[in-house]
Design a protein around this ligand. Structure first.
Ligand code: S3P
Length: 442
């Protein structure tokens, strides 16, 4: 499938974005570890989340949909059984890494496989800490396919990570659930904390403190009795990022996006855009499952370049490609610091973002840990090129948004990858006035 996106004059109205991807994965996994039936509403029904869902079914968990609610029949910690030992996680790094944590903590053996993108992503970051709990892991040079044999009683971990990665942190915590001791995990900057919040709601004894050296330590007491829960999943700020930026850069736009997750650990992009001069209003703040939500109002704005601090990276780690599109239409230079981790996402996002911008004659360059984008002086750019998603949904959607500001259309090839996080992207964008269409390849 390919997307053709073309010059659009204004974007207006309300746009629905789907449920949060991170919380969707976690609600299925944690509900599977609880005792009793959990109910999940607004689950993101995307390929990534279905990869986790099918993997859990292959581990013996019964999950089904009744009307609009997903029911997960949890049998308790350590109750998994192998129905099919090959778990295909498709494109999903979150699914693969979190499930490795679950398996490490159970008397199970399974092999994880994935698509070309996932099979080229680094897994040493989870292999190293999980081996410390007693799991046996065979990998293809620290990549998928990975065969993992968990231990019935995992050793309590005390792991100091040099990365601020919610996937690594969650894998360690999930393995720690079946340990008889206390698991400790430390990270330099606090990454998204959905696993910790959900475990707390489900009755686990879990605490986060900032250490004297400013790192963050999470402590989890093993063998909690996890109770079943009803989760309502807030809408995904990482998906909202696309209409937000499109609304800012297209003149005469006025958009509303409802019930967006407003966790401070996820909203670095909104903070950055406001610093760049974006007219964004956050209204109707509320709570949902221990997380803050709100409605976001966006109006077209003249942005200006800024320097984005490295410490903000974990709170906007998935948003740099679309921030680079906003930066392309800002006055002056935008400098994004602390972006080294982007190299290990669905593609090397530093390389793909910079190369694609350069193809469009937008001045952009990068070092190992920094991206710099020079805004164009004009309102529209020429366009008329093809972009290959290379199986990266966020690259596909970012450059589709850029096409709305081009004189000639942009074609995004291999665009079906957007189904991993935002299945109705084109339809939703069209509804607010975007000139964007998806087509089947001949
Ligand atoms: C995620 C964490 C982030 C993010 C990914 C989802 C999660 O990765 O990039 O899309 O749900 O835990 P890292 O925390 O590993 O950087």
């Amino acid at each position: 499938m390919y997307i053709k996106s073309e010059k659009s004059s204004n974007l207006n109205g309300e746009i629905n974005v789907p449920g949060d991807k991170s919380i969707s994965h976690r609600s299925l996994i944690l509900a599977s570890c609880a005792i009793g039936t959990s109910k999940i509403n607004n689950l993101l029904e995307s390929e990534d989340v279905f990869s986790t869902l099918y993997a859990l079914k292959n581990l013996g968990v019964e999950i089904k949909k009744l009307d609009n609610t997903w029911l997960v029949y949890g049998l308790g910690l350590g109750s998994f059984s192998v129905v099919n030992p090959t778990l295909n996680l498709g494109n999903s790094g979150t699914g693969a890494r979190l499930l490795m944590g679950v398996i490490a903590g159970c008397d199970l053996e399974a092999t994880l496989i994935g698509d070309n993108s996932l099979s080229s992503r680094p897994m040493k970051r989870v292999i190293d800490p999980l081996i410390k709990t007693g799991a046996q892991i065979e990998s293809n040079n620290d990549k998928l396919p990975i065969k993992i044999k968990g231990s019935k009683i995992p050793l309590p971990n005390n792991y100091i990570s040099r990365l601020s990665s919610a996937q690594v942190k969650s894998a360690v915590l999930l393995a720690g659930l079946t340990s008889t001791g206390v698991t400790k995990y430390r990270e330099p900057l606090l990454s998204r904390d959905h696993t910790e919040r959900m475990l707390g709601i489900m009755g686990a004894n879990i605490k986060t403190i900032q250490m004297p050296d400013k790192t963050w330590e999470i402590t989890l007491k093993g063998l909690p009795k996890l109770k079943n829960v009803n989760f309502n999943i807030p809408n995904d700020p990482s998906s909202a990022a696309f209409p937000i930026v499109a609304g800012l850069i297209i003149p005469n736009s006025n958009l509303m996006i409802k019930n967006v997750l407003m966790s401070q650990l996820r909203t670095g992009l909104i903070k950055t855009l406001i610093e760049m001069g974006a007219k964004i209003k956050i209204i109707n703040k509320n709570q949902m499952n221990g997380e803050e939500i709100a409605n976001v109002i966006v109006k077209s704005s003249q942005l200006h370049g800024i320097e984005v601090p490295a410490e903000r990276a974990p709170s906007m780690i998935d948003e740099y490609p679309i921030l680079s599109i906003a930066a392309s239409f800002a006055r002056g230079k935008t400098i994004m610091n602390g972006v080294a981790e982007l190299k290990y996402k669905e593609t090397d996002r530093i390389k793909e973002t910079i190369q694609n911008l350069n193809k469009l004659n937008i001045k952009a360059n990068a070092t190992n840990n920094k991206m710099i984008v020079q805004g164009v002086e004009s309102d529209l750019i020429k366009g008329g090129i093809e972009i290959d998603s290379k199986l990266d949904h966020r690259i596909a959607m970012s450059f589709s948004c850029l096409g709305l500001k081009c004189e000639k259309p942009i074609i995004v090839r291999n665009a079906e990858t957007i189904n991993s996080s935002f299945p109705n992207f084109c339809r939703s964008m069209k509804k607010i006035g975007a000139n964007i269409n998806q087509h089947l390849e001949n």
